[in-house]
Design a protein around this ligand. Structure first.
Ligand code: ZN
Ligand code: ZN
Ligand code: ZN
Length: 369
């Protein structure tokens, strides 16, 4: 892993050079563990990696957290600070703030209190979010990362297969009960953490990010289940919609359109095709069938250390797909107050064409349990 991280540091520093950024400051968020293997605690005590444009980085970390850090001489050394020290001044000195550094990038998720204190040390500098540097780099997964994503997707697939196989009781249970059941199964299949388990039944299936609540699932309705977790650092995310009884003719027609849209979206995801065009490929099928106004979100998002990251599969994103890009393709059709459905798989762009990491069936599935 050390050599992978050294390679990442090199790519970060080349991009800093390209963009004219003098120093990169990483605190909360996934950029720091991506580069160092260490995740900062969300505390009032400052943890910050100071990355210069050349040479190794320095991790400024509270002394009491330092034992949890694995120093990696090729990438960074540790600079612990003690109670009574001013960590902002330590970072400022290492970063050359107030002196040489004029262009600074800082983690998107750094607490405002620290950003404001750092800015006060260099009122003339230009600041930008670190994602401008790290976003496009983190979006391209190496082999080890693709393996980790595939393992997480396979674990989520096993839970989805249980859902389609009728092993997760639905009828008569509340959405919340089913959500908790799915969460327990994600853990049982190898995830360390459940990130979400959306269960939207009946009319709630028309609300894409429905918060599973006290509604009891009835026979003969659609149930949208969208769930994922984190396994060995990397995220899973899958959606399947099942029916607790025969769907109506209208529901069947809508679902067939959705199936085709999802398939077209995945099939379009060739290297060199823009993210916008992948969104368009899925959206066109839905619009042509007359459901254009009912597809109310983007087609997908990148996935990796975070559930949602670059590249976003959305109109206006002209970034062309590269081998190693990992993202969801998840069109949905939502008829407000009535019913809806979504199908989601994680896909990797490769020179051999798009590779779906999820392989649980998309067929309309009735589970009368
Ligand atoms: Zn979502
Ligand atoms: Zn999802
Ligand atoms: Zn998703």
């Amino acid at each position: 892993m050390s050599s992978a991280r050294a390679g990442r540091l090199n790519r970060v520093q080349s991009r800093m050079e390209e963009l004219g950024v003098d120093v990169l400051l990483l605190s909360l968020g996934a950029d720091l563990p991506w580069l160092t293997g260490y995740e900062a605690m969300p505390l009032e005590r400052l943890t910050m990696l100071v990355v210069p444009r050349g040479g190794t980085a320095t991790l400024v970390v509270p002394r009491l957290e330092a034992p949890r850090v694995d120093e990696d001489a090729d990438v960074f050394r540790v600079r612990p600070w003690s109670e009574g020290d001013d960590p902002v001044q330590i970072v400022a000195a290492l970063a050359g703030l107030g002196g040489a550094a004029e262009e600074v990038a800082v983690s998107d998720r750094t607490w405002a209190a620290f950003v404001l204190a750092l800015q006060a040390t260099m009122p003339a500098a230009y600041w930008r979010p670190s994602s401008q540097i790290t976003g496009p780099l983190r979006a391209v997964k190496d082999e080890e990362e693709i393996d980790a994503l595939a393992a997480a997707s396979a674990a989520a697939d096993r839970v989805a297969a249980q859902l389609l196989g009728g092993l997760i009781p639905l009828i008569g249970r509340t959405e919340r009960e089913v959500s908790q059941d799915i969460g327990r199964r994600l853990i049982a299949e190898g995830h360390q953490k459940v990130n979400f388990a959306i269960v939207g039944s009946g009319p709630n299936s028309a609300s894409p990010h429905h918060e599973p609540g006290g509604r009891r699932i009835e026979a003969g309705e659609p149930v949208v289940c969208d769930f994922g977790g984190t396994m060995d650092g990397y995220c899973s995310d899958i959606t399947r919609t099942v029916w607790t009884g025969e769907p109506t003719v209208e529901q069947r027609k809508m679902y067939m359109v959705l199936q085709e849209a999802q398939m077209e979206g995945v099939a379009s995801a060739e290297v060199g095709v823009t993210c916008e065009a992948v969104d368009g490929a899925a959206r066109r099928v839905i619009a042509d069938a007359g459901y254009g106004d009912a597809f109310i979100h983007r087609t997908g998002h990148g996935i990796g250390l975070e559930e949602h990251e670059d590249p976003y599969i959305v109109e206006g994103n002209l970034v062309p797909l590269e081998p190693g890009h990992a993202f969801s393709v998840e069109p949905g059709i939502y008829l407000a107050g009535r019913f809806g459905a979504r199908i989601e798989d994680i896909v990797i762009a490769s020179s051999d064409g798009p590779v779906a990491l999820n392989d649980v069936s998309h067929d309309l599935t009735v589970v009368e349990v």
